[in-house]
Write a protein that binds this ligand. Structure first.
Ligand SMILES: Cc1cc2nc3c(=O)[nH]c(=O)nc-3n(C[C@H](O)[C@H](O)[C@H](O)COP(=O)(O)OP(=O)(O)OC[C@H]3O[C@@H](n4cnc5c(N)ncnc54)[C@H](O)[C@@H]3O)c2cc1C
Length: 292
């Protein structure tokens, strides 16, 4: 199928984008990488009267990495961050998550902010942003605000953005010394959307205990899901084999994942326990590489 008729706008600066959003609001959609939007238009799941293509807005193309963290503007592609050695060094978990998104061709066009605005509950980046306590920088013509990742994702394919707002950038705070993180997922085939995914982050203290653990799953609920009970279970421990077995059991018993055409709730429950245990075990390996 082909999209229904729309008016195409190609603004060249941010003010123009915000003015168009203020003018057309609910009738408009932002076009970034188009990797999710174009299929939805072609299937006529969406039929906006106006399409605002931000690809010519050069001021949105950069990302900035310094001691305080990473700031990623709206037109930075997945692949650009994935192939940056500096980003991989500073945020190995982000590199891992990006490499799991779809296929290279999709990552060449798809944007980080586009993935976040799209808010697919099975996507990698929303869970990673919650695990890293990132902030979304949102602007409209008349206001600007910053939203914690944990409050940004409202439901499957629904974010906190309103129709007149653009996600201008995302801020990811630097991982402090001793902080480690991994991302893992289960897919039927490489490049498919994940059946379940898990971002696991924690900070090793000088006594060899993991603190402030954050465990966030994708694919099990309408938004990224923090497993706070599991976080409390492992925080303050040395992640011994006994703790790992215990947390796997806890997740398998307490999680109530969604069921859909891709797989059963029972399977999701089981493999979520497994990947969380596996992820936590990898935090032990990463500890050996750092000096705390
Ligand atoms: C075959 C296939 C497999 C895929 N597999 C995966 C996968 O495994 N994991 C995964 O995470 N994704 C996957 N995707 C989706 C892909 O990652 C998209 O790139 C991503 O979801 C959206 O980024 P985009 O820049 O292409 O956004 P677009 O498609 O341009 O836009 C997506 C939505 O976000 C809105 N939007 C975009 N940017 C902004 C902004 N800055 N501010 C406000 N609203 C905005 C658009 O209006 C639209 O509603 C897959 C896509 C395909 C086609």
């Amino acid at each position: 199928m082909k999209p229904s008729r729309f008016t195409y706008h190609a603004p060249t600066d941010l003010d123009e984008v915000l003015a168009l959003l203020a003018q057309y609001g609910d009738e408009a959609k932002i076009l970034a990488g188009g990797q999710s939007l174009m299929p939805m238009l072609n299937f006529r799941l969406l039929a906006p009267a106006h399409l605002i293509d931000i690809n010519r807005v050069s001021e949105l193309r950069n990302y900035f990495l310094d001691d305080s963290g990473l700031n990623v503007l709206a037109l930075v592609r997945h692949r650009e961050l994935e192939t940056s050695p500096e980003v991989e060094l500073a945020f190995p978990i982000l590199h891992e998550g990006l490499a799991n998104i779809a296929h290279v061709q999709i990552r060449n066009r798809g944007t980080v902010c586009g993935s976040l605005a799209h808010a697919d509950s099975a996507a990698e980046l929303p869970s990673i942003m919650v695990a890293l306590d990132a902030r979304m920088n949102v602007r409209s013509q008349s206001s600007q605000r910053s939203v914690r990742a944990e409050e940004f994702f409202r439901f499957h394919l629904t974010s906190d953005l309103d129709a007149s707002e653009l996600l201008v950038s995302v801020d990811i705070p630097a991982m402090r010394t001793g902080t480690v993180g991994v991302f893992d997922e289960i897919t039927r085939r490489k490049g498919d959307f994940a059946l379940v995914g898990a971002a696991v982050v924690g900070t090793w203290d000088s006594d060899g205990r993991i603190q402030d653990c954050r465990i966030v799953c994708s694919g099990v609920a309408p938004t990224p899901l923090r497993l706070t009970e599991a976080e409390q279970f492992v925080s303050g421990t040395d992640l011994s084999e006994e703790v790992l077995v215990g947390v796997q059991q806890l997740v398998m018993e307490s999680l109530e994942p969604t069921e859909d055409i891709h797989t059963s709730a029972e399977y999701r429950k089981k493999v979520t326990g497994v990947i969380i245990r596996r992820g936590l075990a990898r935090l032990i390996d990463q500890r050996r590489d750092i000096h705390v």
